[in-house]
Design a protein around this ligand. Structure first.
Ligand code: SF4
Ligand code: SF4
Length: 394
């Protein structure tokens, strides 16, 4: 059956309307979730200033990994992962101290898919923003649909390069089909997607290419500057070839960071603030300006056995920071700790917590990023489409 021109036009308009409604619903869902899981705990934390009220928690479920990134010191295939009982108790503990955001950490969490789905489900059922980082190699359609149904809030695809390189196995080409399916399903399930990119000596061009791929697919990005471990990790064997930014790479790295700042200004959705991107330029030249880290106050790490640490840079610290339901974070010890480690660290996550914690409007800006993700691109694409159409019809 052939449709008339009128019917075709009507059909296109209806599809557009339907997709606009779905897109608006998607944005509203993320705005609401951002408000409930980030902003309300933030307001309470500001109100009860002296209490331990983390806004962001890192739940280490796994240290095993299916690849070996040379810069990574949080994998060890000899260690046994977290039990489901500890994971659930950890979420109960976080709930009791007002936290509503859990980032599942590894290693590669997807080595135990059913376990991770159980953790996501338990967290989401308890009102948490469940955030899942993965290198994507084990992602498949079934898992993406199951994670969506379990109400995962964000999936963070860690990628460093387009094609695999020595020491940098997290390559876009390895996960491209899964990635496309992940993006296709995001509005159906309401999760957000972003790329997590580590800037090293060997992927400076890839950083730009990945940024453009993310932008073309209407998703956000999150950048780290490759940092040496803050403390010694006995099991870590690649300290001498971790692709740390050395003097020969200062200029090129700064150019890439300037390019990112420009894109940030243009509205590319990025987790990093411009302030953090600028700080990276000082950091690589060892001119680290002290920043007010809030680890141990507003963020924390739960290790696989249920013990605690302020941040993942200090995962292997020997100091006893307590365990779930018995934390031992106190202002004086944290202050002493940070006098030592702050000059060696530019933790992306904790820097963002510090940045957005600073003011009520910065906090709201963070929530805005949750529904803004992709908005700019969609509007821009429409405008470009309109311009193209106008150009085609003189
Ligand atoms: S994929 Fe992630 S956990 Fe595995 S080695 Fe690389 S950075 Fe580490
Ligand atoms: S500055 Fe903060 S995030 Fe960095 S190592 Fe120290 S406590 Fe951890």
């Amino acid at each position: 059956m052939r449709l008339s021109t009128d019917e075709l036009e009507c059909g296109e308009a209806c599809i557009e309307d339907h997709s606009s409604v779905a897109h608006t619903g998607y944005k509203a869902k993320n705005a609401l979730r951002g408000f409930r899981c980030w902003y309300v705990p933030f307001l309470k934390s500001r109100y009860y200033g002296n209490q331990f009220r983390p806004l962001l928690s890192y739940l280490y479920t796994e240290f095993k990994c299916n690849v070996n990134c040379y810069y990574c010191y949080t994998w060890d295939n000899k260690l046994k992962g977290m039990t489901l009982e500890t994971a659930k108790k950890s979420i109960d503990f976080l709930k009791s101290v007002g936290c509503r955001v859990v980032a599942i950490m590894g290693g590669e969490p997807l080595l135990r898919k059913n376990f991770i789905l159980d953790v996501i489900r338990y967290g989401a059922d308890n009102g948490f923003f469940m955030y899942l980082p993965t290198n994507g190699i084990l992602l498949d359609r079934d898992f993406i649909d199951s994670a969506g149904e379990a109400q995962v809030a964000a999936i963070n695809l860690a990628l460093d390069v387009i094609e695999e390189k020595k020491g940098l196995p997290k390559a876009y080409k390895r996960v491209e089909p899964q990635f496309k399916y992940l993006v296709k399903q995001k509005e159906k399930y309401g999760y957000i997607v972003f790329f997590n990119i580590n800037i090293t000596t060997e992927n400076l061009d890839d950083v730009k290419l990945l940024t453009e791929i993310a932008h073309d697919h209407n998703i956000g990005t999150d950048y780290h500057i490759n940092e040496m471990p803050v403390i010694d990790m006995e099991h870590y064997r690649f300290k001498d070839k971790g692709l740390w930014i050395t003097e020969d790479y200062y200029r090129k790295t700064e150019d890439v960071i300037d390019w990112l700042i420009e894109k940030n200004r243009l509205g590319y959705p990025m987790v990093n603030s411009i302030e953090h991107l600028r700080a990276m330029k000082n950091f690589i030249r060892h001119r680290n300006i002290p920043w007010k880290c809030r680890a141990g106050h507003n963020s924390l790490v739960i290790r696989m056995d249920g013990t605690l640490a302020p941040c993942f840079e200090l995962y292997a610290t020997e100091k006893d920071w307590g365990r779930i339901f018995e934390h031992k974070f106190n202002a004086r010890d944290l202050e002493l700790q940070k006098q030592e480690c702050n000059k060696k660290c530019l933790s992306t996550c904790n820097y963002q917590v510090h940045h957005y914690y600073n003011s009520y409007t910065a906090g709201l800006q963070w929530v805005y990023k949750h529904f803004h993700r992709g908005f700019f691109h969609r509007e821009r694409r429409r405008a470009e489409g309109g311009r193209r159409q106008r150009g085609a019809t003189p």
